[in-house]
Design a protein around this ligand. Sequence first.
Ligand SMILES: Cc1cc2nc3c(=O)[nH]c(=O)nc-3n(C[C@H](O)[C@H](O)[C@H](O)COP(=O)(O)OP(=O)(O)OC[C@H]3O[C@@H](n4cnc5c(N)ncnc54)[C@H](O)[C@@H]3O)c2cc1C
Length: 403
Amino acid sequence: MRGAGAMQFDVVIVGGGPVGLAFAGSLSGTGLSVAVVEPQDEATLAAPAFDGREIALTHLSQDILRGLGAWARIPADIPSALREARVLNGGSPYALRFDTTGRQASELGRLVPNHRIRQALYEALSASPGGTRLLTGQRVTALETDVDGARVTLAGGGTIAAKLVVGADSRFSGTRRLAGIGAEMLEFGKSMLVARMRHARPHGHVATEWFGYGETIAMLPLNGEASSVVLTLPPEEIARMAAMDAAGFGAEITRRYRNRLGPMELASTRHTYPLVAVYARRFAGTRLALLGDAAVGMHPVTAHGFNFGLHGQDTLAAGIRAALAEGRDFAAGPVLRGYEAAHRQATRGLYLATNATALLYNDTRLPARLLRGAALRLGNHLRPFRQAVVSRLMEETGGPARV
Ligand SMILES: Cc1cc2nc3c(=O)[nH]c(=O)nc-3n(C[C@H](O)[C@H](O)[C@H](O)COP(=O)(O)OP(=O)(O)OC[C@H]3O[C@@H](n4cnc5c(N)ncnc54)[C@H](O)[C@@H]3O)c2cc1C
C-alpha cells in the first residue's frame, strides 16, 4: 500500500517508549528503513524525567540491553542488585523467600529506573548507524493495512506507508484499537504509588512484598540507604497519600512498613498509576504486530511487563532477520504468526498467575485470608515451586541454572 505524498518506510513503529525504541535498535543493521512515531518531543526522549518506576531486569533482559548497546550507557553505580525477595502476608512474620541458593548467579536481577533505561535506549539508537527516523511530537490517528502494506495517518494530516506497522503505544494502545484487535482487560480497582525513600537501616539488597489486609506495600532495594516504596491502595487513598506533605508521607510510610527499615524520608517525587492488566486477543494481523504493553500489559507485582516487552521485540526482530537472510518477505504472515505463538507461549502462564495472585492478595475475606497464609507456607516447603519461580524471575542466560 504505497500512496502518493506519503513518507515511505519499511517499518513504522507507533510509540517511542522503551519497547518501541528497543525494537528500532534491534532492526538497526538489517538494512530496513524504520520510522518511530512518538507524541513526546525529542528533548523529552533524550532526557526523560524520573517516573517513579524501578524496573527489575532479569539476566536475559540485561543481556538484550547489552546487545543493543544500551546497558553500557547506564552509569555503573545505578543498577542495584536484587539478592533476595521475601513475601509476607497479613500480620504474620512468616516469609516466603526467593533467593539464588545453589545457582550460578548471586543476584535475582537488577533494578534500574525506567527513565534511565529509556534514556540509554534513546542514546544507543541515536549512536547506531542510520536507518531509523524519529518522528517526535506526532500522533497516529488512523491506520489501514492490506496484504501489500500498511498506511498510517498522523494527527497533522501526514501519512506514512510501510510494509509493516508495529504498535508499541502502551497498554491503552490506539494502534490495537484502530486495527480492530480486542483485548482482555482486568481493572483491579486499586492504584499504585511509587517513590524513593531514604531510611536508617540497611536493606541488604532484599526486596520485600508485604500483602496486608486492604493494602500492599513493597520495598525495592536501591543503592545507598534508599528503597523504592510501591504502595497499592484504593484510588482515593492513593490520591490522599500523593497530596500529603513530605514529612507526613515519610511518617505514614514508616508506620505502614512497621518501622522495618527505621524512620523513612521521602527522597523523590511521587508517581501514581492505575492498576489495569491487559492481554491482546491477537499480537499479529495483516502487516501488523503488537509489542510491549500493547500486547501484554502486566500487573507490576511480578515485575515482568518490560521484561516481556523486551523479549517479545527480540523474538520479532529475530524472525524478521531470519526472513531477510532467506530472502523471504519479512512482514508476511508466517513471520508475524511465529512471533505471536512464541510470545503467547512465553507470557500467558505468568500473566494469568500474576492476576490470580494480585486478586487473591487484594481479597480480605476470611477464606482468602486462610488461603493466602497456606499458599505462602506451601510455597516455602515446595522446593521445585520456589526453584521454578526463581528461574522465571532470573532468566539466567549462561546455560541452564543449577538446581
Ligand atoms: C509502577 C510500575 C512498576 C513497574 N515495574 C516493572 C518491573 O519491575 N519490571 C518490569 O519488567 N516491568 C515493570 N513495569 C512495567 C513497565 O514499565 C512496562 O511494561 C513498560 O513501560 C512497557 O513499555 P512500552 O514501551 O510497551 O509502553 P510504554 O512505556 O507505555 O510506552 C508507550 C509509548 O507510546 C507512546 N504513545 C502513546 N500513544 C501513542 C500514539 N497514539 N501514537 C504514537 N505513540 C504513542 C507513549 O508516549 C509512550 O512513549 C512497571 C510498571 C509500573 C506502572
